[in-house]
Design a protein around this ligand. Structure first.
Ligand code: GLN
Length: 230
């Protein structure tokens, strides 16, 4: 399992979201507070952000805590939309930069926090790696992000043990699902954060219930129960 974070709002630095908070993704890479599967997230990381309409990514297969270049450059990377993740690879999955989220179709940036049986996912020439998350990202891109909720319900029906927390952004929107793992939201005066776990102890963090679709557009947030909810 991994931890991920999305930002939509005013332009802020990647460091202010990932590295500076007391329990941000940087600390979550070695000491997550709410992770139910896996102890730490040492198998890579990725930061994606929009440069105008263009998604740009920086991914690695090494632990985020050891990356001095990231620490140096992150304060200078500013964006209105960010999708970032730290990775704990599932057993048998490759550890390489292209297996780290965020995945992209050139328009969206997408992270998967979870585990799914690869045999229920179609092989796709657009998958960036052979791990479950890369195959799932390719399927979601093929179906389109407007169908994200339907795609998740369909994959969950094929693999009832799957955990399918998705977080994606396209520069002007964030969409996310909760299916088997945690997700929290923070409404700030300058934007909205979605994160696997709160990056600090601000009492304004809200937990998103399981089996929901979250859509963020500007400061509007829609929370939609997914079919198959208990
Ligand atoms: N199943 C994922 C992988 O190995 C585990 C990491 C995550 O939660 N995305 O790629």
């Amino acid at each position: 399992m991994c931890r991920h974070l999305g930002w939509l709002g005013d332009a802020v630095s990647v460091a202010s979201l990932v590295a500076d908070p007391a329990n941000g993704l940087l600390v979550q890479s070695y000491s997550p507070r709410r992770q139910k599967h896996g102890l730490m997230n040492a198998d890579g990381w990725g930061v994606g952000f929009y440069d105008g309409a263009t998604p740009r990514r920086w991914r690695s297969a090494a632990p985020l805590w050891g990356d001095a270049s990231f620490a140096s450059v992150a304060p200078a990377l500013r964006s209105t939309c960010v999708v970032a993740a730290v990775r704990s690879a599932s057993v048998g999955m490759p550890i390489e930069p292209s297996a780290s989220a965020p995945f992209s179709d050139g328009q969206w940036l997408l992270s998967h926090n979870g585990l799914v049986d690869r045999s229920v996912l179609p092989l796709s020439p657009r998958a960036e790696s052979t791990n479950d998350s890369a195959l799932l990202a390719a399927l979601i891109f093929d179906r389109g992000l407007d169908a994200l909720g339907d795609t998740i319900v369909e994959v969950a029906a094929a693999d009832p043990n799957a955990r399918l927390n998705i977080l994606a952004g396209n520069g002007s929107r964030l969409v996310a699902t909760t299916w088997g793992d945690t997700l929290s939201m923070l409404r700030r005066h300058d934007g909205i954060v979605l994160a696997s776990e709160p990056y600090d102890d601000d009492p304004q963090w809200q937990e998103i219930p399981d089996r929901h679709l979250v859509r963020v557009h500007g400061s509007d947030v829609e929370l939609i129960p997914l079919k198959g909810s208990a």
